[in-house]
Design a protein around this ligand. Structure first.
Ligand code: DC
Length: 234
């Protein structure tokens, strides 16, 4: 069973995919964390993220491992715990050119396909349904308005939880900054030449702007009878 969830930054892909993995007993594959790990390793090694050849070298040599801790998923790159580092603004900036490098994508896609060969997977990213697993059993393009996505990120960063408190508010300046950054990344991800962000022809688009977390999960699981049958919490 392969479930592919693609969509722009902040659409909730990550938390939704994680919850589906848990509930349907699937391996969760956070492909954004893989590109972020390459970016973090470039910064550590003093490699210019715009230097395609040098970045490709880093990608070819990288060893990425996912693990689990009480606080959630952990990521190690070349033996170093980069779980927090890959979420820093420095990595956030570097990851756009890194993930737009075709040779980097080639290496990452091969690694991702390998995972799918031996496990039932729910993977989230930008090119999962179009490139990585074109024959996925379920393909979802999860989106939400830029404003809804910025608000979710801002509330999350201030320690709030919209699932528990849908009225939660975040600092307006912080939210405006996040909105500007999201729009920058949307433009970059959709206009790059290598695997631009777009829904697969056979993907089901779900706009989560006005849906609760549970409603999104219900919608995705209802797309496939085998997936629905795997749910432990239904
Ligand atoms: O989903 P995320 O924000 O963790 O992704 C980080 C970056 O990696 C983002 O700029 C898009 C890119 N990415 C990609 O190009 N292809 C993927 N399959 C996943 C992420």
């Amino acid at each position: 069973m392969i479930v592919a969830i693609d969509g722009p930054s902040g659409s909730g892909k990550s938390s939704i995919a994680r919850a589906i993995a848990e509930s349907c007993d699937l391996t969760f594959l956070d492909t954004g964390a893989m590109y972020r790990s390459v970016a973090a390793e470039c910064l550590r090694a003093g490699v210019d993220p715009e230097d395609a050849e040098a970045v490709a070298e880093v990608a070819r040599a990288i060893d990425i491992r996912f693990g689990a801790s009480e606080a959630g998923q952990t990521v190690h790159a070349n033996g170093r715990d980069v779980t927090r580092e890959i979420r820093t603004p420095e990595v956030e900036l570097a990851v756009s050119p890194v993930s737009a490098t075709p040779a980097v994508r080639e290496v990452m896609v091969a690694l991702q396909r390998k995972v799918g060969e031996s496990a039932d997977v729910v993977a989230e990213g930008r090119d999962i349904g179009t490139v990585v697993y074109p024959a996925a059993d379920v393909k979802v393009f999860l989106t939400a308005s830029p404003e809804a996505r910025a608000r979710r990120r801002a509330v999350q960063r201030s320690g709030g939880n919209l699932a528990e408190n849908p009225e939660a508010m975040a600092d307006a300046d912080e939210q405006a900054k996040i909105l500007a950054d999201l729009k920058r990344r949307d433009d970059y991800d959709s206009s790059r030449e290598a695997s631009p962000l777009r829904p697969a022809d056979d993907a089901v688009t779900i706009d989560s702007s006005d849906l609760t977390f549970e409603q999104v999960i219900d919608k995705i699981c209802s797309l496939n009878a085998d997936l629905a049958a795997r749910r432990k919490d239904a």
